[in-house]
Each structure stands twice: as structure tokens, then as C-alpha cells.
Design a protein around this ligand. Structure first.
Ligand code: GDP
Length: 362
């Protein structure tokens, strides 16, 4: 069945890549995500940017607009629908997810504070991304903290750098060079993205400011380039459902729900799922498949849109019985007639052992 399903995958039927944002605490991961969302919305390009459960979806058209603004000619025509960016870098359950999440992710943004360079969690993130072979770009954030920085809000970074006084540019260069040297000490070659012609072998650095929005067009463009060029094979839609539990939440009027990242395949209302629980595996039926209301209606409290079926990749809230002690950061499986229930139960619990073994690392 697996072989059959994989054979039917096609480069004309792709899912969105999943992007995680990683890095040391206080480097600006949350701010950067906020700014990316707001910049796009403010500039009237909201065009389909949707807030999902635990993630934000950027349609490719939106990303293309930004690319155009940078005057970069991307001739490769790949049918990636968009980019799904996981929202929760600072979240508690992300301690687990950083391990699971990095393997769920297709691409990552590693955020480094230009004033601090590589820090402990930066190095841990690098090790994880390399171990899972997740390609990543490195945002050198907080460039506006270079002394005397002249902000050019929302500008592509080279325009901004071009108008900095010489001493500011010189501080930027020195600090960036330090990051490059530190990455080299970790065994990584890195270059500023606009000097990087070997993006498969060399990590692209994108200077950014989450405060002024400078470099954000560049960051999105580099992500787009990376996913379009490297990921077609990996992103062909597969009917085999793959999902990770992001969070477990009690919702008034709905009961306990799990927020999951649906990475591949489909989920339907009524499907039987297997998730890990504190007291052993949980086998339960999907009672409701939920997504948030579209942005303009978000203020209506507790309102979700119900679906009969949802397709990867996306963030989904699932309501079902017996989810009270579900564990975030583990895989979720579908139980179909073809599956061995005990095998799936063992698989979800093996994930828990994996997480517990890893937690001490962070
Ligand atoms: P996280 O822990 O990585 O999610 O970091 P936050 O997004 O919470 O940011 C940590 C602190 O750094 C906050 O006080 C932010 O306002 C500040 N910060 C984040 N990005 C920037 C930036 O680009 N420039 C400056 N000057 N401060 C920033």
C-alpha cells in the first residue's frame, strides 16, 4: 500500500513546505514572525495569508510579490502552494517540538542576534538541523542595533546597507564576519545570501531587523528560493498521513483538543487516530476538524470553522474524546483497516521515550 501510494506521487501535486524558526532565546524569533505577518498585511498583500492552528500560511503569490520587489528573477516554475511557518518558537511544548519539529520541518530559519553571535541554543539547533538534514537559512537579526544605524523600514537589506554611514557599515561587516567565523567553527560554510552561489553547500546569511522590517523581504525570498529549488521530491503530496501533535488544549464548549501539524496526507472527520498519552496510547475518533475563523472574524471568541476533510500541509485542531492526557511533540497516526493497531500504539509510545530521552538536552 505504501509503495503504491508513493508511486502515485507527482511533481504536479505538491504540498506546502513546513518552516520552523529556531535559535537562542531573545534573538528575536517571535518578533520576526510577528513582523513578517504584519509587514505583509500592512502592505496590502495579505492576499491569502492565513493564521492557522500553531502556524501561519503564506501563499506563493504573496511570496512572489516580495521576490519581485527585490528584482530577482526566479525562472524556476515549481508548483509549491505556499509556505507554512510554525508560530511557536517560544512555546513551552516547543522544547519537545524542537526535536520532533525539526524533523517535521522541511526548512528552517536559524535566528542569531548580531550583537551576540552564536549562543548555546544556536549551536544545539545547528546540531539538530544537521542531524535531521533540514536545510536552513540564518537570519542575522537586530542589525538596527549597530551603533548609529539609519533605519529604512521594510527595505531590502542591500538598500538599507547602502545608505548606512561608513562606521555603521563597518560594524555590521565586522559582526557578520564574526558570525561567519563562529559558524565555520561548527563546520559550516556561510556567506551573505547575495554572495552565495552554492546554496546547497553554503548556508545563506540574511541580515534582518524584526523592529524595522529591514531584510524581511530578503528572508522570505531566500526561503522561497531554497524550497523551490531543493524540495520538489520531498514535497510531493502523499496520501500517507503524517502529523505531529503541537499542543493539547481545553476549549470551552469543545472539550480537550489536540493541535496538530498535518504534514502530509489528509484527515477526515470520523477517522480513527492514535496519539501518545501519559497513561499509554490513546485510540479515538475525530469528532471535529477545526481551523480558526478567517482573520477578520478572529475576534469572535471560541469560533472555529468545521471541516469534513483537510489536506496537508496545515495546522489543524482536532476534537475527540479521551485526549486529556495526550502528549505534545509526538507523532499522530491514522488507524485504518490495513493497519495493525498494536504496532501503531507501540510507535506513538516509542516517540514518547524518544522525547523523554531528549528533554534533558535542552
Ligand atoms: P525570542 O525569545 O527569540 O522569541 O525573542 P523575542 O522576539 O521575544 O525578542 C527578544 C527581545 O529582543 C525583545 O525585547 C524584542 O523587542 C527584541 N528584538 C527582537 N528583534 C529585534 C530587532 O530586530 N532589533 C532590536 N533592536 N530588538 C529586537
Amino acid at each position: 500500500r505504501m509503495r503504491e501510494a508513493l508511486k502515485n506521487r507527482s511533481p504536479d501535486d505538491l504540498r506546502s513546505p513546513v518552516c520552523v524558526v529556531m535559535g537562542h532565546v531573545d534573538t528575536g524569533k517571535t518578533k520576526l514572525l510577528d513582523k513578517i505577518r504584519r509587514t505583509n498585511v500592512q502592505e496590502g498583500e495579505a492576499g491569502g495569508i492565513t493564521q492557522q492552528i500553531g502556524a501561519t500560511y503564506f501563499p506563493m503569490d504573496n511570496l512572489r510579490n516580495i521576490t519581485e520587489r527585490l528584482n530577482k528573477d526566479l525562472s524556476i516554475d515549481v508548483k509549491l502552494p505556499g509556505l507554512l511557518v510554525i508560530d511557536t518558537p517560544g512555546h513551552e511544548s516547543f522544547a519537545n517540538l524542537r526535536h520532533r519539529g525539526s524533523s517535521s520541518a522541511n526548512v528552517a530559519v536559524l535566528v542569531v542576534d548580531i550583537m551576540h553571535g552564536l549562543e548555546q541554543q544556536t549551536i544545539e539547533s545547528i546540531k539538530m538541523l544537521r542531524a535531521k538534514r533540514v536545510p536552513f537559512v540564518c537570519a542575522i537579526n537586530k542589525v538596527d542595533r549597530c551603533y548609529g544605524w539609519q533605519p529604512l523600514p521594510g527595505a531590502p537589506i542591500r538598500e538599507s546597507l547602502a545608505q548606512q554611514p561608513e562606521n555603521v557599515f563597518s560594524e555590521f561587516e565586522t559582526r557578520t564576519q564574526q558570525v561567519i567565523t563562529q559558524l565555520m567553527e561548527q563546520g559550516l560554510n556561510a556567506k551573505l545570501y547575495y554572495e552565495n552561489k552554492r546554496f546547497k553547500q553554503v548556508v545563506s546569511l540574511v541580515p534582518t531587523s524584526a523592529h524595522t522590517g529591514e531584510g524581511i523581504p530578503d528572508l522570505l525570498m531566500v526561503l522561497l528560493t531554497l524550497t523551490q529549488r531543493l524540495m520538489v521530491e520531498q514535497l510531493m503530496f502523499s496520501p500517507i498521513m503524517e502529523a505531529t501533535v503541537l499542543d493539547v488544549k481545553k476549549i470551552e464548549g469543545v472539550g480537550t483538543t489536540v493541535d496538530v501539524l498535518l504534514m502530509n496526507g489528509k484527515l477526515r472527520r470520523g477517522d480513527t487516530i492514535v496519539v501518545a498519552g501519559m497513561n499509554g496510547p490513546i485510540v479515538t475518533q475525530i469528532r471535529a476538524l477545526l481551523t480558526p475563523q478567517p482573520a477578520k472574524e478572529m475576534r469572535v471568541k471560541g469560533e472555529f470553522v468545521h471541516h469534513e476533510e483537510l489536506r496537508a500541509a496545515m495546522g489543524v485542531k482536532i476534537a475527540a474524546q479521551n485526549l486529556e492526557d495526550a502528549i505534545a511533540g509526538t507523532s499522530m497516526f491514522l488507524l485504518t483497516d490495513d493497519d495493525d493497531e498494536d504496532e501503531l500504539k507501540d510507535a506513538v509510545m516509542a516517540d514518547v521515550a524518544d522525547i523523554m530521552g531528549n528533554v534533558s538536552v535542552t
